[in-house]
Design a protein around this ligand. Structure first.
Ligand SMILES: Cc1cc2nc3c(=O)[nH]c(=O)nc-3n(C[C@H](O)[C@H](O)[C@H](O)COP(=O)(O)O)c2cc1C
Length: 391
């Protein structure tokens, strides 16, 4: 039985072909930022208050206008449908069922229309500004028509990073088939059987959007989409993008005060403090370490979310104490999905929720509104006496 998120990771490792497990688990370069995301959470400790009535606890919240059962939401991740047939639909249904919300990545095996319908419109959508601006506009219009409640623009994929585990495993488009990875894949019988019966895997949001792809299969369509990332995107493009989407707009991948200020000045309604789970630029600081600077710079003018390395309810409570409104999780729900489809994703979120509830009780802060920097000892905060109120 999975008692914690690490258990779900172990189950996923057992059930997935090695190349797929590594695709989810791995990061850029030396994977220093992947490890640092965890190490930084582990450096933060609590300052619990005792003899506080914590018999009535409440972790419900509202994020980007969306009522949530807890401050845990699903981050956008590319191609969950490789882990479980129609993985995006399964994850979105799971999130909706437990009062969370799923963010669909543009690169998905299910379309925005399918996912929005399955989750009763309880879905956010993530995009990039692609080289083909017309195609970008069409994706935004489709998300709006499908009823997506917020838009996340990811800005930290100027170029796709080099993930060395993927290269070694031949997990590339087109994939490299070797004796080793073919044998390993054939041994994961349950996964293989399930996937063979599932729908054809492709970059479904791009089907029919461009005649330049040269085919609808993952190799040709996926290869074409890979060529669409645009390293020239700048704040002028963001201004244009802002004019396309009237709903809540969040910039994902902000880690400095300078960019946080620019985001608000250019009309963002929120930012995600994120190093992309350590999957893009290696040697970025942990998101949790970048959080206080971004929170200070935003000064309450937009909502601040955090992701990267959240594995425990205690991590969520630490992030909220340091000013985040909610945490996004990526790998935790993907491991849940790989280990058991929709119920596995529900399990991942409910594990985190029960840990949050217990933590709120034990730190003597019964509601999320009671959390502030005084709840934690954080190297950057403890240095400032103002953060620790005199009692
Ligand atoms: C397999 C995988 C695919 C991802 N694909 C995307 C993507 O398409 N767009 C995006 O904005 N972020 C993507 N991310 C990053 C997540 O949105 C998020 O920032 C990250 O997973 C958070 O770290 P965590 O996995 O430690 O929770 C991906 C992450 C993973 C693990």
């Amino acid at each position: 039985m999975a008692i914690n998120i690490e258990d779900l990771r172990r189950l996923a490792r057992r059930r997935l072909p090695r190349a797929l497990f590594d695709f989810v688990d791995g990061g850029g370069g030396d994977e220093w930022s992947v490890r640092e995301n965890r190490a930084a959470f582990e450096r933060i400790t609590f300052r619990p208050r005792v003899l506080v009535d914590v018999s009535k606890r409440d972790m419900t919240t509202t994020v980007l206008g969306q009522k949530l059962a807890s401050p845990v939401v699903c981050a956008p991740t590319g191609m969950p449908g490789l882990l479980w047939p129609r993985g995006e639909v399964e994850a979105a249904k799971a999130a909706a069922r437990v009062g969370s919300i799923y963010t669909l990545a543009t690169r998905a095996t299910c379309s925005i229309e399918e996912v929005a319908e399955a989750a009763n419109g309880r879905v956010w959508f993530q995009v990039y500004v692609w080289q083909d601006r017309e195609l970008t506009r069409k994706l935004v219009e489709r998300a709006e028509a499908a009823g997506a409640k917020a838009m996340f623009l990811t800005v930290d994929v100027q170029v796709v990073s080099q993930r060395e585990r993927d290269l070694r495993n031949g997990f590339t488009v087109p994939p490299k088939v070797t004796l080793k990875n073919a044998t390993d894949t054939l041994r994961k019988v349950d996964w293989l059987w399930r996937m063979l019966r599932g729908p054809k895997i492709t970059d479904r949001n791009f089907l029919g959007l461009s005649t330049r792809a040269g085919g609808s299969d993952l190799v040709r369509l996926g290869g074409y989409v890979n060529s669409l990332y645009d390293p020239s995107v700048d704040w002028d493009d963001f201004r244009w993008f802002r004019s396309l989407w009237k709903g809540p707009l969040v910039i994902k991948g902000i880690t400095t005060a300078e960019d946080a200020r620019l985001a608000v000045d250019h009309g963002a309604d929120g930012v995600v403090v994120s190093n992309h789970g350590g999957r893009q630029l290696d040697y970025m600081p942990a998101s949790i370490d970048a959080l206080p600077e971004v929170v200070d710079a935003i000064g309450g003018r937009a909502e601040v979310l955090l992701d990267s390395g959240v594995r425990r309810g205690t991590d969520v409570v630490k992030a909220l104490a340091l000013g985040a409104r909610a945490c996004m999780v990526g790998r935790p729900y993907l491991w849940g999905l790989a280990s058991g489809g929709q119920p596995g994703v529900e399990r991942a979120i409910t594990i985190l929720n029960s840990e949050i509830d217990r933590t709120l009780a034990l730190v003597g802060r019964p509601t999320l509104a009671d959390l502030d920097p005084s709840a934690v000892r954080h190297a950057q905060r403890v240095a400032s006496p103002a953060a620790i109120p005199a009692v």
